[in-house]
Design a protein around this ligand. Structure first.
Ligand code: PHE
Length: 339
């Protein structure tokens, strides 16, 4: 009996391999559930009493030799493979994987898209480098119209007809030129204005604009849609529409949501009024419909537009718009996307 163990011991000591599978097979054949060690331990009972002690000692030596051998071969194998060998050890601590974060602007944009697509709006996109027609003229802003000054425009120097879009209303012009009502679409995208950069203004920012055109669309439809939207996004349904002016809508309004005056911050951000402006809106001007090939006698519609930065600043209480563009991971890490 003891001789058999000694034979095994010699075999174990002589075993060499650099192959993961062969090492594993070796380990299983000795130390596995049905392996040699277990069967030797099971035969312990049959060993004559006076040999039991020596048998036990030899068996333990064999067991230790198997463990040492496996360990030695595995580490040899690992280092010869530059450490990349796959050793199936499910108890090993996994390497931490650094996960990225969605940018807060994307989080908010996706949320807005989700809210509008749920009520049947499609998503439309268009070029960031636009021509005068789609950014201005078709939107009832002919050349020399004073309202062009409302949007400080970056022109491409060599061609005054080509510019960086100042709003995504240009996308809606393109959409109307190609589609007849009913139209329900939102256009998220990046826009550009020549502003002095400050905590509240940036030359590049993002908008979501919306357009709804069908038969008999009324101002009440507009208000109800915005009510649904603000309730979904802010959980706060109290809004008011203040008369305003945009060349492409008539009548036009600015939308405020009721923010409240509970804290000092509320006072500061609402300038003591409790109300916060979040977007512009109005009934699409009949001239715009006509410019885009839609009959204003048959159809009417509404449009609205908002800045994503502004909404994100309100939702997350961010006080400086520049934080969105610095891409400091300590800032970005704070936002968790549910979408
Ligand atoms: N295009 C406007 C802007 O950029 C927003 C707006 C869109 C206003 C639609 C009214 C209707 O400020």
């Amino acid at each position: 009996m003891i001789d058999r163990i000694k034979e095994y011991l010699e075999q174990v000591n002589a075993f060499e391999s650099n192959d993961v599978q062969a090492i594993e097979d070796f380990r299983v054949s000795y130390a596995g559930k049905k392996g040699i060690l277990n069967s030797l331990f099971a035969s312990f009972r049959e060993v004559p009493a006076d040999e039991k002690k020596a048998f036990g000692q030899e068996l333990n030596i064999l067991k230790a030799a198997v463990a040492d051998k496996v360990k030695e071969l595995q580490s040899q194998q690992l280092s010869s493979n530059g450490g990349s060998a796959r050793i199936s050890d499910p108890t090993r601590t996994p390497f931490p994987i650094q996960t990225g974060n969605r940018h807060p602007l994307s989080v908010v944009k996706n949320r807005i898209i989700d809210i509008f697509t749920q009520i049947g709006f499609t998503i439309s996109e268009g070029p960031e480098i636009e021509d005068d027609w789609h950014n201005f003229t078709a939107l009832n802003l002919p050349e020399y119209h004073p309202a062009r000054d409302m949007q400080d425009t970056f022109f491409i120097q060599t061609d005054p007809d080509i510019l960086l879009r100042t709003h995504t209303s240009s996308v809606q012009v393109r959409y109307m030129e190609k589609n007849q009502p009913p139209i329900r679409t939102i256009s998220p995208g990046r826009v550009f204005r020549n502003e002095a950069i400050s905590s509240r203004a940036h030359c590049i920012f993002h908008q979501v604009e919306g357009l709804y055109i069908a038969k008999n669309v009324s101002f009440a439809d507009l208000k109800q849609t915005l009510q649904y939207f603000t309730e979904s996004l802010f959980g706060n349904s109290k809004i008011r529409l203040r008369p305003s002016y945009f060349p492409f809508t008539e009548p036009s309004a600015e939308v405020d949501i009721y923010w409240g005056l509970e804290t000092e911050t509320d006072y500061r951000i609402t300038k003591g009024t409790g109300w916060l402006e979040i977007m512009g809106c109005g009934m699409v001007d009949p001239n715009v419909l006509e410019n885009c090939g839609i009959d204003p006698n048959e159809y009417s519609g509404f449009a609205f537009g908002m800045g994503i930065e502004r909404i994100a600043m309100l939702l997350y209480q961010i006080s400086d718009i520049r934080l969105f563009f610095e891409n400091d991971v300590r800032f970005l890490k704070q936002f968790k996307a549910t979408l």
